[in-house]
Design a protein around this ligand. Sequence first.
Ligand code: KG4
Ligand code: ZN
Length: 338
Amino acid sequence: TQDVYILAIESSCDDTSAAVLHNDKVLSNVVANQKIHEEYGGVVPELASRAHQQNIVPVVHQALSRANIDKKELSAIAFTRGPGLMGSLLVGTSFAKSLALGLDIPLIEVNHMQAHILAHFIKEPETPMPSFPFLALTISGGHTQIVKVNSHFNMEVIGETIDDAVGEAFDKSAKILGLPYPGGPLVDKYARQGDAKAYPFPKPKVDGLNFSFSGFKTSVLYFIQKETEKDPDFIEKNLNDICASIQQGIINILIDKLKKAVKQTGIKQIAIGGGVSANSGIRDTLKECEKRFGWQTYIPKFEYTTDNAAMIGIVGYYKFLKEDFTDQRITAKARFSI
Ligand code: KG4
Ligand code: ZN
């Protein structure tokens, strides 16, 4: 077999990341998080693209040096073309094009959502790879999708959110409780000590395999407003139970649709990805589903579930094998379906 070295670049949202892969193994995966957005309670696109511009050169240098690779050894450059924030994507796209041109090596465009799914094919001793076909549930601050994955590059979106992403449901609910951004991990933390049945939240009625989370957030808001009118200390006194109930409400929505997807496709292999797959309640529930419904579930290493360049690199590797290269006229694409 051939030795393929891919340098991968990801800049679709608020993380600047570069990775080096040797075939399907990750040699380095460097992520620079942008702390600047915290005080605004969400990602500010204009600030994100400026931070990418500051971070990209040091992050790429670090990825190369941690991998102990000279840029002359690289076989190709892979980059995120979309979907994402246009200003952010432009930084990674322009950088990748220039570097590929300078080194005179192939350029490979990668779809970020495909990468979240193919992250399961990064070779790691602890995490088994799913076999085809499988269902992928991609859940993060920007995405909520169920995808039927027939092969590496044959994927069908069979369900997705019609409004907010699941991470936004966590973060916006947390904001209503006065928790700092991003609130998802805090809801998870408090939920561990709470009673998930304390305050049942309604499941929105959405057709087929699609999701909706904006109504969920509104029902949390109304509930909290009503209770704090009666008792101003309601949140403080019941934070654990409130968080556990919110988390349970979100899990119920996700599992409900997953069950439908399994029934509809007959596929019981479920692979999850995206930052929200760190949630302990979701992980526990999936383990229960393995026992109760005979599902097989796959969760990649945490560093490959949130936005990262290693997942861009694994797509780059599979495209390199097919010689699926991109020419220098390529432009970033903010809306880009699988
Ligand atoms: O994939 P990611 O790092 O970035 C993108 O949005 O692409 O996902 C971030 C999202 C945020 O909404 C964050 O609150 C949520 O993932 N998150 C969690 C947990 N860890 C991260 N939500 C619930 N429980 C967690 N443990
Ligand atoms: Zn993502």
